[in-house]
Design a protein around this ligand. Structure first.
Ligand code: SF4
Length: 116
């Protein structure tokens, strides 16, 4: 187990208008190269079945996950039960960030703020 957080960017299928102004790969590469994270990855749609399978496969007790995506209240509603099913605790392990409607630079600053 590592104390470093994992950054997971939920890109809302790539079709959501809220992310059209973001250079996704610039954000991911800056997070993984410039911030103290274990890794940074992209998931296309965490709130459907394969998103549940992602959490079931990957969530480890004690690890922390910063999830970029939509409204944090929506993320909590959609992920907390699956995370509880595999022995995790959403409120202790996940920090959800709303990264819609912002360019990569602004999204990076928001991720950096919670990591630092
Ligand atoms: S969790 Fe939010 S950002 Fe991710 S696909 Fe679902 S609605 Fe979109």
């Amino acid at each position: 187990m590592s104390d470093k957080p994992r950054f997971v960017m939920c890109y809302c299928t790539g079709e959501c208008p809220g992310f059209q102004g973001m250079n996704l790969w610039q954000l991911i590469n800056r997070v993984r190269n410039e911030l103290d994270v274990e890794y940074a990855i992209v998931h296309p749609q965490l709130c459907v079945d394969d998103g549940d399978r992602f959490w079931r496969d990957n969530l480890k007790p004690g690890n922390r996950y910063i999830v970029g995506g939509c409204d944090p209240r929506m993320q909590r509603k959609m992920f907390k039960d699956t995370i509880a099913d595999v022995g995790g605790n959403y409120d202790d392990q996940v920090i959800a960030l709303d990264l819609r409607n912002m360019p990569a630079e602004e999204a990076f600053a928001k991720v950096a703020e919670v990591i630092r």
